[in-house]
Design a protein. Sequence first.
Length: 209
Amino acid sequence: MTTFFESCLSFFKTMVFFMLSPLGVNYQTQEPPYHIVKEISPAVQVRHYAPRLVAQVNLSGDADVQRQAFEILAGYIFGANQSARSLAMTAPVEMSAQKISMTSPVSIEPSADNYTMRFFLPDDVTFDDAPQPRDPRVHIISLDARDEIVLQFSGRDNQRIIQEKMNDLNEIVHTLGLKTDGAPIVYLYNPPWTLPFLRRNEISIRLAS
């Protein structure tokens, strides 16, 4: 009974989220916990993220790969799992696409066949009690604590704009003399139907410890 009630409450919150999201309002949407290590500018921060749990899917890239990845992960959190358990909506959605390149000191080699998307799971879900996916393409992964440098921006998140923002962040990293660990990723806090000027988007790069 409790599980049924929790699923109904989660469904209700999800519906409210979808109604308010065009205005950029993420109603009661959890975000991964972090604290700001350094404020470099109003749009750039160094953050320390606590350990996080994610549902991840990797797909071969084509013109429709982003939508496919989103639908697979949304299906998982809306109950397409072994427990038929719905999970609360969270933000952001994390994406990394190997076809987006970046100049030194951080680079992603161009490739059309590697696309990763992650949904962060709610704080009260642990690795041991996370619902097991029905779709074998969904994997539950635990991320360790880390420092990241993050560039915030609003507006659309097409390939051209993402590339420009990656180059901007790369220049900041180079100017500050920071060492990075891994490829840049994209954080999207709003669904595609949110008005562009109300969207919150971020480019993030993990910093070497």
